[in-house]
Design a binder for this molecule. Structure first.
Ligand code: HEM
Length: 508
């Protein structure tokens, strides 16, 4: 970069921040803003707090400033909400006002400036996308049509593990096989396609590109250009990489789409049709494209959303569940006992069975509580000036609900730091993941809540149930417990190191 650009940038920063301070001082006189640490010019609270605002550090700030607090990160207003009552206000009572999303320069690229469903503002486009995606993805009918597919995929996992002597001796990184299974579960629904093995070249290519997209999106290294927009020219290189990854993923998604289109026209020419029962999600969505309701690009953004929102989140949740079961052999054994007694030894769990296995359900709920993979939900945003608890919230603030803390606050949960599924059979027996209690929101609640919960819960139930039925799960020799340190990011709470797990087959 030449010196002239640097010089101009610094002058622009100086002028704009002086103006911003002047304006906010004038406006601040009238506004009653939420409390928060004192910001400094230009950088706000950014250098005081650093980049990694994880749920725990935000909970510490909430203790100092209260359940609603305002942070100035450069030019951005970030509003954090840390109580069940205020979560109700943001997500439910004033769900329309706070139902939009903010984007940053990276998510502008991955979402085509909100042509998708996850990152679009609350309005007609979002309503249309949600309506169109609901029929092929988010109904109980979809679960029933695909449940044998989920069971089939898990049967392949069990077979692979039983057939791999390493699994029972030194152990394997189980999450890798579970990830392939999740790709297959979702690619079956989307395109009626599956990948044969972890070595399938197309799977490897797709997974590498999706992983890179996740890394680029999750990284904290581009915050400066989000917080101080005038610094965006310095992000040019990063954004170029993002665009390149996006194009390469688009090419793969498009190839899958073209394959479906060819199949449809071939069937039409031959007079056969798979309409109805066997139609996959993309066939259904293509009908809305043909009617002119959405563009083909919108369809590809739906595919992009599912690749990220569905596959990764569910895989991370299963990874945490396995880790907790390995680290709590007594809980693992209790779950196995339930499976053996309710179903009979070796009788494989099916989707309908998951509803009559209360301890399995409790294990899943407890995993989602303690190891909430989207701990701050996906940031919300108010398009217009609004209020939370008598505080003024400036328009276009990024509003973040610390759902993890709300579900782990010792003032409201008994010994929340313990992995104790029993709580969901005892003192918290009435609490469900769909948001009937604002202390427990692993999928959010209200308008922007996760529509994929309906698929995620049965898939996790079948997977964890069958793993525990068919195997005894241990840490590798010489280790007492698996490493449960977490790896944060813009949105997520993942396992830092993918664990090697020993899976000893049970004999029936
Ligand atoms: C255990 C697995 C999953 C977890 C923990 C999870 C969690 C979440 C959370 C916390 C949100 C944001 C809620 C908010 O901002 O208020 C969300 C949004 C979303 N999830 Fe999930 N999710 C999971 C699985 C899935 C699956 C399987 C799909 C699709 C098949 C999916 C599709 C979506 C979509 C499309 C949104 C955006 C909704 C919107 O903006 O209107 N998720 N999810």
């Amino acid at each position: 970069m030449d010196l002239e650009i640097l010089y101009k940038t610094l002058i622009a920063i100086f002028v704009s921040s002086t103006l911003a301070i002047l304006l906010s001082t004038l406006r601040g006189r009238k506004l009653r803003l939420p409390p928060g640490p004192l910001p400094v010019p230009i950088f706000g609270n950014w250098f005081q707090l650093g980049d990694d605002l994880n749920p725990q550090s935000l909970a510490d700030l909430a203790r100092r400033f209260g359940d609603v607090l305002l942070l100035r990160m450069g030019q951005r207003n970030l509003v954090y909400v840390s109580s069940a009552d205020l979560a109700r206000v943001v997500l439910h009572t004033q769900g329309t006002e706070f139902g939009s999303r903010t984007r940053n320069p990276v998510f502008d690229i991955f979402s085509g400036k909100g042509q998708d469903m996850v990152f679009t503002v609350y309005g007609d486009h979002w309503r249309k996308m949600r309506r169109i995606m609901t029929v092929p993805f988010f109904t109980n009918k979809v679960v029933q049509q695909n449940r044998e597919g989920f069971e089939f995929e898990m049967e392949r996992v069990v077979e692979d593990l039983r057939g791999n002597p390493k699994a029972a001796t030194e152990g394997i990184v189980l999450r890798q096989r579970l990830q392939l299974m999740m790709y297959n579960n979702l690619y079956r629904i989307m395109f009626d396609r599956r990948f044969e093995s972890e070595e399938d070249p197309l799977f490897l290519k797709l997974r590498a590109l999706n992983n890179e997209r996740s890394r680029l999106g999750q990284s904290l290294e581009y915050n400066y250009a989000d917080f101080i927009p005038i610094l965006r020219p310095f992000l040019r290189g990063y954004l170029k990489v993002c665009r390149d990854i996006k194009e390469r993923r688009w090419k793969i998604f498009n190839d899958f789409l073209e394959e479906r289109k060819k199949l449809a026209s071939k069937e039409e020419a031959e007079g056969v049709t798979t309409k109805g029962e066997l139609e996959c999600a993309v066939d259904h969505i293509l009908e809305t494209v043909n009617k002119g309701e959405i563009t083909e690009d919108n369809l590809l953004y739906m595919v992009e959303n599912v690749n990220v929102a569905a596959i990764e989140t569910t895989t991370w949740t299963m990874e945490w569940a396995v880790l907790e079961l390995v680290n709590h052999p007594d809980i693992q054994q209790k779950l196995r006992h339930e499976l053996d007694t309710v179903l009979g030894k070796g009788v494989q769990v099916t989707e309908p069975d998951t509803h009559r296995l209360p301890y399995l359900q409790a294990v899943i709920k407890e995993t989602l509580r303690l190891r909430m993979v989207i701990p701050l939900l996906v940031p919300h945003m108010n398009l217009h000036a609004a209020k939370i608890d008598s505080y003024d919230i400036p328009a276009e603030s990024r509003v973040i609900v610390n759902a993890w803390w709300i579900a782990n606050n010792p003032d409201h949960w008994i010994r929340p730091e313990e992995f104790r599924p029993e709580r969901f059979l005892e003192e918290e027996a009435s609490v469900e993941p769909h948001g009937n209690d604002f202390r427990y929101l692993p999928f959010g609640v209200g308008r922007r809540s996760c529509p994929g919960m309906i698929l995620a819960l049965p898939i996790v139930g079948i997977t964890i149930g069958r793993l525990v039925q068919n195997f005894e799960l241990f840490p590798p020799k010489g280790m007492e417990k698996l490493d449960d340190r977490v790896n944060g990011g813009q949105f997520s709470l993942r396992v830092m190191t993918h664990s090697t797990v020993v899976a000893k087959p049970r004999v029936f």
